[in-house]
Design a protein around this ligand. Structure first.
Ligand SMILES: [Ca+2]
Length: 213
């Protein structure tokens, strides 16, 4: 059995060694909230199919989920998805003549191989490092006990890890209630808050001119 396939194995090779002893512990599949809008916007979730959160996720699905998050961040964040996320996506995708990101031919042969938890975490870690850098969250969303990295990852676990939503505004991340999360106000004090994919001007919410840093 080939436990580590293609690029995911290489990705895993570069994550911190401490990861090797980390594991998910018990994920409660239903613990993620509403599906973030970008899932549908980026086509990472097929809404026409039966939900199968306990089914195994394959590497192609995982890569598609990560690609969707990358594309969303590239258009949502003033400084894009960040160099580490970009490097990750570049390892298995390339731009085609139409400017769309597609799988590199050498990588697509692995897409139907099932992903294990170690591979899922290796991909998610890159995104969470960016979220932590941005101040969106302060820690990685997995436990440090157990050793289940070779267990197969489920679709529900992948959805849980990729349920982050930069456009989310609530009383916790926006205590002053001005419609702009604190992390954005701190990170991009002079940039209008841009929700979602930027497909229309209506996604912009301007800051109050009198707002202080
Ligand atoms: Ca605010």
């Amino acid at each position: 059995m080939r436990r580590e396939n293609g690029i995911l194995a290489r990705v895993k090779g570069v994550v911190r060694s401490t990861w090797m002893i980390w594991a998910f512990g018990l994920f409660i599949i239903s613990s993620y909230g509403d599906s973030p809008a970008w899932w549908q916007r980026r086509g990472v979730i097929d809404t026409t199919r039966q939900v199968d959160d306990y089914g195994s996720i394959n590497q192609g699905q995982l890569k598609n989920l990560a690609l969707g998050a990358f594309l969303e961040w590239e258009t949502s964040l003033p400084d894009g998805a960040g160099s580490a996320v970009f490097a990750l996506i570049e390892t298995w995708t390339q731009l085609n003549d139409d400017g769309q990101r597609v799988s590199k031919p050498a990588q697509s042969t692995q897409d139907y191989a099932l992903a294990n938890l170690g591979q899922l975490k290796a991909v998610a870690e890159v995104f969470y490092a960016r979220l932590i850098e941005l101040g969106v969250c302060s820690a990685y969303p997995w436990q440090t006990t157990g050793a289940e990295d070779y267990a197969l990852a489920t679709i529900g676990q992948a959805k849980f890890l990729f349920s982050f939503d930069l456009g989310s505004v609530n009383s916790t991340n926006d205590p002053n209630g001005n419609g702009i999360p604190d992390w954005w106000e701190n990170r991009y004090p002079n940039v209008p808050f841009k929700l979602g994919g930027g497909a229309a001007e209506s996604v912009f919410v301007s800051m109050e001119p009198s707002r202080q840093k």
